[in-house]
Design a binder for this molecule. Sequence first.
Ligand code: CUK
Ligand code: CUA
Ligand code: CA
Length: 648
Amino acid sequence: MTDDKGHSKDDVTGPGAEDVKRQAVGTEDEKWTVSRRKFLGLAGAAGVVGASGGALLGGLATPGTARAAKMPEDYVAPGQLDEYYGIWSGGHSAEIRLFGVPSMREFVRVPVFQDDFTIGWGITNESKRVFPKGPRPVGGDLHHPHMSMTNAQYDGRYIFANDKANTRVARIRVDVMRTDKIIHIPNAQDIHGLRVQRVPRTGYVFCNSECRVPHPNDGRDLNNPKKYSAVFTAIDGDTMKIAWQVLVDGNLDNTDADYSGKYAAATCYNSEDGVNLAQFIRNERDWTVIFNIPRIEKAVKDGHYFTIEDPNVPVVDGRHGSDLTMYVPTPKNPHGCNATPDGKYVIAGGKLSPTATVISWEKVDQYFAGKFKNPMDAVVAQPELGLGPLHTAYDGRGNAYTTLFIDSQVVKWNIEDAIRHYNGKKVDYIRQKLDVAYQPGHNHSSLGETRDANGKWLVSLNKFSKDRFLPVGPLHPDNDQLIDISGPKMRLVADAPVYSEPHDCLLIPAKILIPKIKRVWDRNDPFFAETVAMARRDGVNPVSDNKVIRDGRKVRVYMTAQAPVFGLDQFEVNKGDEVTVVVTNINNIQDLTHGWCLSDYGVNMEISPQETASVTFMADKAGVYWYYCTFFCHALHLEMRGRMLVKA
Ligand code: CUK
Ligand code: CUA
Ligand code: CA
């Protein structure tokens, strides 16, 4: 027996070989494949809905696992460049990752909320300045990276991302792929959904608090969940200051903005005001909240707001009865929230309902204009798609692609046909169901969240890989599958194992980003401007001087790095000194990065061409300590080192 790449499963030997043979990728053993998928369907369903969701378990039989049609190497040969940048969320690794698409190669990782020894994130002074003041949690849970837009097109300025674990939002500069600002969101806990204002530009970054908390959360209201609430937050993407917040009923899960600049929408799965699973899934319908941005801005301007934890953050009341919001009933525990690129609709994935709910922005306009009273009338379709609909992507040709978590499928369906069907016409809106492996969360199509949606590629971000890769221990990789959606049928192209746990990704044409991305640092870059200003105050020119400045118990050590030497091969400090080492890479050649690692002091930092990086530490151990370069920069890279003497 051979798989469709011509490998024989009998080639596998050694411990566990029998399992590998049975579970080989692309097996012809349809029966085994079907039972494997059934098992996963059941496990997934149980995981989502618990015992009370048993009714959802019907009809789980699915056809065999889809085969790869054409491999990524057919699209991107060695040495060739990918057509798309993939911006991947790292989940609870708290970073973002840059992939090439269609090769699905991972290029680099950009640390955001977590410490990273490779580049010294959380170690250098420049990175510490990015974080809010005060104690810094070690990690985060980054779900939703989204790029700034101008006129509903990616503009290549920033990527914004949430931290669900520590209630923060970060901004990453695209030109140097470096995080440049992290803020903590007050009056909230667990920032989850995050999207950007598309029109006229970003503008606002919208984000959701998922877990309701008492306001103020000062320990008084542990057992009074009725007093808990969640807020919708608008951050000014230019200043990274919070513009305003809206107090809502229920919680908020995912969010999206419209294509006119007037509205944002957010799904809510806890209309029950519950605090445990049984309560969260009690109602048949929760809701999608629509936020009327001009009215909220006017309310803030007119002073119709209050403050809670932070006196500088205006909060308006958008709970039921408010004219700032609209609550559109949505079955059941809805999750994904995705605006269509034609600017007409926003679609909420039903999760515990087999449906998606299509809400018309035009009807939303009419509701706020007082033309009708029942928010339900803004719903223009509710197609039945399959089990566990989560997120939806678009091809710009009127089709939607919704992930079905429990069915382990992506369903392609036609939006206008679904609307006709809702209006009583006998039309079939389902175009195709494609098996994915397994249990997809988000999916994302090329440019599908912009007005340029081009229907070329779709990535399905699958939570389970199960038997698709060599076994690597009990913790399995996720499996992000690349699907060609350019033709009438979806075709699976590649499986890509990824480390836990990407929730979402973006696909951005390389031609948009290549001109924006720097190959070497600009000496005037604001990222290290404060460090350069400190050097100037010390009378030091960091690109030429190698000097030790003593300032009481503070010592500042300035040195250059130029392959293969540091400007200082030794320096001396006293035990108990606070030492700041400033290293400037004066090479001006693309790809010639140095590192500065100080043995037994827990210090490493990356210094790329023309960059200045600095670190401050207490010289609390006497002795000789070597520092050495950590990026292989030259034939004499290993010899690129020096000594710090800490005098007792
Ligand atoms: S969420 Cu993870 S699969 Cu945080 Cu966008 Cu839906
Ligand atoms: Cu500099 Cu290695
Ligand atoms: Ca619910």
